[in-house]
Write a protein that binds this ligand. Structure first.
Ligand SMILES: Nc1ncnc2c1ncn2[C@@H]1O[C@H](COP(=O)(O)OP(=O)(O)OP(=O)(O)O)[C@@H](O)[C@H]1O
Length: 277
């Protein structure tokens, strides 16, 4: 995919937040998973949400998607929202285009669906059945289904985690291009520190049910792993996540031997995520 110069919507002057969360509390009966959490997201911003496994990232995302019962606290959201999960969640008995336009009430739903499929590079599979798609194609269809709603808030819950490394890179590039073209506010849950640094303008680290660190990522685009600013921010984020880089470096040969999926540039997801609470 060609990468045209990307503007960074987040660098526009500060506007009213498009997402405003205050004092969010959610409990599943054993302590608060979200504990007095507050958060603003600016229109057109790209924010990564990181944190140890089980710290409540998906719970926060589901709350913002209104997929969970209303929690305690204040949540102000735009009407046009879309979510993409780790699994594409396509309806198997509907063809790809019908999945993309599912629930869409516009008179020109098909034209919109086809345009969205074209944008994600999947127009040629519009009439395919979901089960015949590759993992990457299915995630493209899921992205098209989000895109066709012209969301002002795009929630992404580890959308690339199940993909092979090359497909993952392509999908990261695609999401960046779509964000640049349509400027939704994006909230990306990821375990991958490098993915956060490649894509986002801000990284939030969750711990103890709240936002424990809020780190700006003021790097020019396109970004490169080897740039000094990238490396410095990686160290900072890993430190916030409580990951020891030297310890990680020592684990390299073991990971190569086991073939574990990297959680970032040389960082296994398990190392960034572990230990669970
Ligand atoms: N529906 C539920 N019922 C009971 N407990 C839940 C429910 N949903 C989440 N939890 C618990 O809330 C905590 C936070 O879960 P959540 O999935 O939000 O974490 P996460 O940070 O997204 O984790 P991971 O990175 O492993 O995906 C966990 O302890 C989980 O077991």
């Amino acid at each position: 995919m060609s990468h045209t110069p990307l503007r960074s919507p987040a660098r526009r002057p500060q506007q009213d937040p498009i997402v405003r969360v205050r004092g969010l509390v959610r409990s599943f009966g054993h302590g608060n998973v979200l504990d007095n959490l507050s958060l603003d997201l600016q229109p057109g911003s790209f924010t990564a949400l990181l944190g140890r496994s089980g710290c409540g990232k998906s719970t926060l995302l589901r709350t913002l998607a209104k997929l969970d019962p209303a929690p305690d606290g204040t949540v102000e959201l735009p009407d046009r929202r879309a979510v993409v999960f780790q699994e594409p969640r396509l309806v198997p008995w509907k063809r790809v285009l019908r999945n993309v336009t599912l629930g869409l009430r516009h008179a020109d739903a098909d034209a919109r669906g086809l345009a969205a499929l074209d944008e994600v590079g999947l127009l040629h599979r519009a009439n395919a059945w979901p089960l015949t798609l590759s993992g990457g194609e299915a995630q493209r269809a899921a992205l098209a289904r989000a895109l066709v709603r012209d969301p002002r808030l795009l929630l992404l819950d580890e959308p690339f985690a199940a993909l092979d490394a090359l497909t993952r890179l392509r999908m990261q590039g695609l999401v960046e291009t779509l964000w640049s073209a349509h400027a939704p506010a994006v909230l990306l849950v990821t375990h991958d520190v490098d993915e956060a640094l490649l894509l986002a303008d801000r990284a939030l680290v969750m711990a103890s049910g709240t936002i424990a660190a809020d780190i700006p990522i003021p790097l020019d685009r396109p970004r490169r792993h080897g740039d000094p600013g990238f490396i410095a921010l990686r160290s900072r984020l890993l430190a916030e996540l409580g990951v020891d880089e030297e310890h990680l470096a020592g684990r390299e040969p073991q990971r190569a031997a086991t073939g574990a999926k990297p959680g970032g540039y040389g960082l296994p997801a398990s190392a960034v995520a572990a230990p669970s609470r």
